[in-house]
Design a binder for this molecule. Structure first.
Ligand code: ASP
Length: 337
């Protein structure tokens, strides 16, 4: 059963009432491109653009992204600025400033971003810089590389004008101290009502971009990196087909190259919803899968502007801003037992 929980906030909807254009699947494609996307373009449906979706309940972040799009900004600017809202929110303990630390008390961030041309940038194990997603964008735009890690990523950020700061807030320090009493490491399903922020947007030109940012699993081993900054696992964008972003236990997403899988399934003709469901089934149907102990969730959008989301367990949700409505949509899920 799908439960739709509408959050119609007057101040938010006012941002997006004057929505613009509509998109028809394969406009402006060459014949080669048409061949490559035959499966997805065979049934054209109209979607009102622009649109934004994000993992979890992040209406402030999607509102910011929509504001950028409504002002004529492109999808890349929208996903970056949307993610920055959560990175700066100290109360969110799984992203940016205020993120829960690793077992040694260090807050380490992972993030990536991908544009309509397939360009991408990523940072892993970044410390002391709140806006990891923006550093990832700089990696994409200002270096010949895709990924920078640790101290190198931090030095690069500083060289680009990012101010180093302490990301461990009092609240997160207290939580870590409490955890240290028993120091049991067990990934918790849906740690709270939001987690890694993954965001996908289609701008009024029909172009897609995506971004993903996280402090990773709380109390992870020092040096651990999850799926979120790994292009193809935490995020994948193919402007001809669609895009996907993941949240949950990163190790399981990496093992199935989850986001790339979802996009490839859409290329083969599956809807975003069907593709997310198939990618989750690859995880839960593995021999000896212990899926009851962890959560993974995907959200996806295709070139036609259709969206989907699915998770292993209940309580995963997607925030969607389209047609002036900024709403949290509870995802359907696999484990109904
Ligand atoms: N996927 C992230 C990771 O494994 C965590 C999360 O989404 O909560 O680092």
């Amino acid at each position: 059963m799908k439960r739709r929980h509408f959050i119609k906030n007057a101040s938010l909807t006012s941002v997006g009432l004057a929505v613009g254009s509509t998109l028809v699947g394969c406009a402006e494609k060459t014949s080669e491109e048409k061949k490559a996307t035959a499966a997805t373009s065979s049934t054209h449906s109209k979607a009102t653009l622009p649109l934004v979706i994000a993992t979890w309940h992040v209406i402030d972040a999607t509102a910011k992204a929509m504001e950028v799009l409504q002002a004529g900004g492109n999808a890349l600017d929208a996903v970056e600025q949307g993610c920055m809202v959560e990175e700066a929110n100290e109360k969110g303990q799984s992203v940016g400033k205020g993120g829960l630390p690793d077992r040694d008390g260090n807050v380490t961030l992972d993030a990536c971003i991908m544009d309509k041309h397939g360009n991408c940038g990523s940072v892993v194990y970044l410390q002391n810089i709140t806006h990891a997603v923006s550093v990832a964008r700089k990696v994409m735009e200002d270096t010949p590389h895709v990924m920078l890690a640790g101290e190198g990523a931090k030095q690069f950020a500083v060289s680009k004008g990012f101010e180093p700061e302490d990301l461990l807030t009092e609240a997160s320090k207290e939580a870590w101290k409490k955890w240290k009493v028993e120091a049991k490491y067990k990934p918790i399903i849906n740690i709270e009502n939001h987690d890694t922020i993954g965001m996908l947007a289609i701008d009024k030109n029909g172009d897609i971009s995506g971004a993903c940012t996280t402090s990773g699993l709380a109390y992870k081993m020092g040096g651990r990196v999850g799926d979120s900054p790994i292009i193809g696992s935490g995020l994948f964008v193919d402007n001809e087909i669609g895009a996907c972003v993941a949240t949950g236990l990163g190790e399981e997403v990496v093992k199935t190259v989850g986001s790339f899988l979802v996009v490839e399934l859409m290329r083969q003709g599956k809807s975003p919803q069907e593709a997310c469901e198939e990618a989750i089934s690859r995880i839960v149907n593995k021999p000896n899968s212990n899926y009851k102990d962890f959560q993974v969730g995907y959200i996806a959008v295709n070139k036609k502007g259709e969206t989907g989301s699915y998770s292993i367990h209940q309580w995963f949700s997607m925030t969607k801003f389209q047609d002036g409505v900024n709403e949290q949509i509870q995802s359907d899920y696999f484990n109904k037992a």
